[in-house]
Design a protein around this ligand. Structure first.
Ligand code: FES
Length: 245
């Protein structure tokens, strides 16, 4: 059995699509093998429904939004954020069939993402204090699908041993393959980790001073939350005499 099919995992919040990407219309997302569709309702709040129309099973994510409703692209049935069909263009409102609905999931905007819990969540939405701290800048690294097991993906975030090889053309140092050690702080429902490792700072950056590449230190304090959530307020420390702000 795949780890991601454990029923308990359905009872946590997951970051799915950046809310800004829903401005252009509905987006499909597969969460724990569940095909869902995300869209913005009339108040601009993200909503999540099963991505399958109850009429002729068309993919709702191929439709559009209109007046805060998700409109199926096949015959135009329109759904609200609770999954109820509220408009059938070919029939009057009194003729709404009893089964005209699709499953809806809890969905909230949080730290710029649409977070979804497939079932009653065991924990509140995770707090990321640095997101409100003006001393930090939030950088959305990338948003893409990786064809790999989710736990393998998470392991990659903590794997210091690959920097000298995979990232050799950016910050990795090929001549220093020995991984730095992690300090660990196990807590209920999450783990704190911290490591400091050497990194190459390119000459064109302000940190390097613009003359040549220099070696600095990358400070990586991660928090691994339950489950599948990893975030860390990373910093780069420049060598003495260089600016590090
Ligand atoms: S399949 Fe969606 S409205 Fe017909």
């Amino acid at each position: 059995m795949l780890v991601t099919r454990q029923p308990v995992l359905r009872r946590f919040w997951y970051a799915t699509v950046p809310v800004g990407q829903l401005q252009d219309g509905p987006r499909p997302f597969t969460l724990l093998n569940e095909k869902i569709v995300l869209f913005l309702d009339a108040d601009g709040r993200p909503a999540a429904l099963a991505d399958r129309c109850c009429h002729r099973t068309a993919q709702l994510s191929k439709g559009c939004t209109a007046e805060g409703l998700l409109v199926c692209g096949y015959h135009g049935w329109a759904y609200n954020r609770t999954g109820h069909c509220v408009r059938i263009p070919q029939a009057d409102a009194q003729a709404m069939p009893a089964g005209a609905w699709v499953p809806a999931y809890r969905c909230e905007a949080h730290h710029g993402y649409a977070w979804v819990a497939l079932e009653d969540p065991l924990l509140p939405l995770p707090d990321i204090p640095e997101a409100q701290d003006p001393r930090f800048r939030c950088i959305h690294q990338f948003y893409e699908v990786w064809q790999c097991a989710s736990l393998r993906f998470l392991e990659n975030a903590f794997d210091n041993a690959h920097f000298s090889f995979v990232h050799q053309r950016t910050f990795g140092q090929g001549d220093q393959p020995t991984p730095s050690k992690y300090a660990l702080w196990p807590r209920p429902f999450n783990i704190g980790l911290s490591s400091v490792h050497c990194c190459l700072i390119e000459n064109k950056t302000q940190l390097a001073g613009g003359d040549k590449d220099v070696v600095g230190h990358r400070i990586c304090p991660f928090r691994q939350g339950a489950p599948h959530l990893c975030h860390g307020p990373g910093r780069v420390r420049a060598p003495a005499g260089r600016r590090s702000d």
